[in-house]
Design a protein around this ligand. Structure first.
Ligand SMILES: [Fe+2]
Length: 289
């Protein structure tokens, strides 16, 4: 049977997919067909609109290079990256909430001692980052590996200033009580790259390309799910309209303002500084709420 009438073509295509050997691939293929056919039935695009859709995806692909991934931006700005993150991290209550990795993580960051300055000469207000890493039940985790990275006071990551530049990122290890601390600079909000098709899309949708100021963390410890998250700085005007939908209330943090003088870790500062403090909780491996 080869019925391609409007009301039967979806089932005809799905029937044709039954030869797919890999069961997971068959399920995904069927769902793609079902949902895309439903989209066409709902929207009833004109032939011209369909041509524009193909052109948009073509331009998105052409924008991609070794240093620019326009399809990830598309996934991010449509909330798909956060939904994929959500279905993969249904952690039990008590574990720190996750968010997207983002495009600026660099594998194998430089290791620093506790209390070191990781800013690498980045400009900005000095910021003490400190806290602890524990299991969801509060048991401190010694020796956890904590990668931290963030933008500068202009809203740029080191790699955006030059592919080999390293600043505002580093790797720390928690001490015997699960604590960590380092110095860097306070990041500000920044726009995602918006000079391509995704930028045009945001414009047409009346949306801005900004992400609220945040610091990224990736925390790994044996026996626990690796935590990929951010800490967002409270009071940022973009907290309720993050272009990539990455904000969760539980990871918004109040920065503590300090005058010049002695810092909590004993360091003497000649200028006022801020403190970002947070206690992370990791979920056990394969934990699902
Ligand atoms: Fe970021």
């Amino acid at each position: 049977m080869n019925d391609t009438r409007e009301d039967l073509i979806t089932q005809t295509v799905i029937n044709r997919l039954q030869t797919t050997v890999d069961p997971r691939l068959r399920r995904i293929s069927e769902a793609v067909v079902r949902h895309l056919h439903a989209l066409v039935r709902e929207v009833e695009p004109t032939q011209e609109e369909w041509r524009q859709a193909v052109d948009f995806l073509t331009r998105t692909g052409r924008m991609c290079s070794d240093t620019r991934q326009e399809f990830i931006l598309l996934s991010d700005t449509l909330g798909i990256s956060m939904l994929v993150d959500a279905v993969n991290h249904r952690y039990p209550l008590g574990a720190t909430e996750t968010t997207v990795l983002g495009p600026f993580y660099v594998e194998g960051p430089q290791s620093f001692d506790q209390g070191a300055d990781i800013s690498g000469g980045m400009s900005g207000v000095p910021m003490l980052v400190r806290g602890s890493v524990a299991a969801a039940d509060g048991t401190p985790l010694a020796g956890a590996i904590l990668d931290v990275w963030h933008a500068d006071d202009q809203g740029f990551y080191d790699v955006q200033h030059g592919v080999d530049r390293r600043a505002g990122r580093g790797r720390l290890q928690t001490d015997a009580e699960g604590r960590f601390a380092c110095w860097s600079v306070r990041p500000v909000s920044y726009p995602i790259p918006h000079d391509g098709p995704v930028g045009r899309m945001l414009e047409a949708q009346g949306r801005h390309p900004y992400r609220p100021a945040h610091v990224h963390f990736m925390i790994a410890a044996p026996g626990f799910e690796t935590l990929v998250t951010h800490l967002f700085i409270s009071g940022d005007p973009y907290l309720t309209s993050d272009a990539v939908f990455g904000v969760k209330d539980s990871i918004i943090v109040d920065l503590i303002d300090h005058p010049a003088g002695a810092a909590p870790d004993g360091r003497e500062l000649a200028v006022p500084f801020v403190e970002l403090a947070f206690d992370f909780r990791l979920a056990p491996v394969h934990a699902r709420a």
